[in-house]
Design a protein around this ligand. Structure first.
Ligand SMILES: CC(C)(COP(=O)(O)OP(=O)(O)OC[C@H]1O[C@@H](n2cnc3c(N)ncnc32)[C@H](O)[C@@H]1OP(=O)(O)O)[C@@H](O)C(=O)NCCC(=O)NCCS
Length: 287
């Protein structure tokens, strides 16, 4: 399949603004409340030759490799040719192992399926209006621990161990530090850490992020040790974090959760009043 004569396919890198606008338009069209950050897209484009489609000189499609992931966007106003452009980009960007596209996009899923990709995980972004009207109390025997700052290695290490225990995986300390401590929006005052007689038993990690439509308090991680579950600890930690968000002047909290989360977390969040704001689907090549 080839794209029509009016379209030019090349590796000629676009300007950063133009590239960011393309991804942003696609996300907004599908009601996605998260977007690719300008700096991240620019860094990826600087490292990968990418594949770009232009119509009359204007960028209308892009496929970029970000490690094992393919970032894919096609301008919303390309109408009936949108799927064809996506297919062309996918044919010229082999070897990627995953590609996230807005679940409600009308063309990209069809293009991915036609190229032998299949949908896997669905990521839900959920939101909660602040301030909350009621806050759950900590279960008996649980106290909050205060972080002293970004150099509090002992508490960061304990929260990392808790996360491994809660998720049943052995992630490396370096990966945890990169994701939560060395993050540009790191904020020690938004780490809500619970401990009981046996050490850290639950943690909610927050940070403040500017999204396209709102400044939100983002719940970057929530984990409760298996020994402490089913007693309202997650609800209490989330409540405490949302209280801190509200005290910083935020009127919206947001979190991401996989639809197939093994703990049934989407149902728990709905039970606690969170509502789905948008959804992205991960696609993988069918090997
Ligand atoms: C998800 C997790 C944090 C829940 O922790 P928890 O302390 O057992 O949860 P809580 O006891 O505070 O539950 C909070 C409320 O949600 C309800 N709830 C919990 N799981 C639920 C489910 N699967 N469906 C519906 N409601 C649920 C509880 O009944 C409780 O409501 P109540 O106070 O009215 O009784 C925990 O299982 C965990 O750490 N899992 C692994 C990591 C993970 O998946 N984190 C979430 C990532 S987005």
């Amino acid at each position: 399949m080839s794209v029509s004569q009016r379209l030019e396919v090349s590796h000629r890198a676009p300007g950063h603004e133009e590239l960011h606008r393309l991804f942003r338009e696609q996300d907004l069209l599908c009601g996605n409340v998260e977007e690719w950050s300008r700096t991240h897209l620019s860094a990826v484009a600087a490292q990968d030759p990418g594949c770009y489609v232009r119509a009359g000189g204007t960028l209308v499609g892009a496929a970029l490799r970000d490690g094992r992931e393919l970032l894919l966007a096609v301008a919303p106003d390309e109408g009936p040719e949108r799927g064809q452009i996506a297919t062309t980009l996918l044919q010229r960007a082999p070897g990627a192992e995953e590609c996230w596209v807005p679940t409600d996009d009308s063309d990209l899923p069809n293009a991915l399926a036609s190229q032998g990709w299949r949908p896997s995980t669905v990521d839900l972004q959920m939101r909660l209006r602040l301030p909350m009207t009621t806050y759950a109390a900590l279960p008996d025997g649980v106290r909050l621990a205060e972080l002293t700052g970004s150099d509090d290695a002992a508490l960061h290490g304990a929260v990392h161990e808790l996360a491994c225990d809660a998720w049943g995986v052995a992630s490396s300390p370096a990966e945890f530090l990169d994701r939560y401590v060395r993050h540009p929006a790191y904020d020690a005052g938004l780490w809500v850490v619970g401990h009981d007689g046996d050490g850290v038993c639950g943690a909610a990690i927050g940070r403040i992020e500017q999204l396209p439509d709102a400044r939100v308090g983002k719940v970057a991680s929530l984990a409760v040790a298996p020994r402490a579950r089913g007693r309202g600890l997650a609800a209490a930690l989330l409540g405490q974090l949302c209280r801190r968000f509200a005290s910083r002047g935020l009127s919206l909290a947001q979190l991401g959760v996989h639809e197939d989360n093994r703990s049934g977390a989407p149902a728990m969040y709905r039970h606690l009043g969170w509502v789905q704001a948008s959804s992205k689907t991960q696609w993988e090549p069918d090997v």
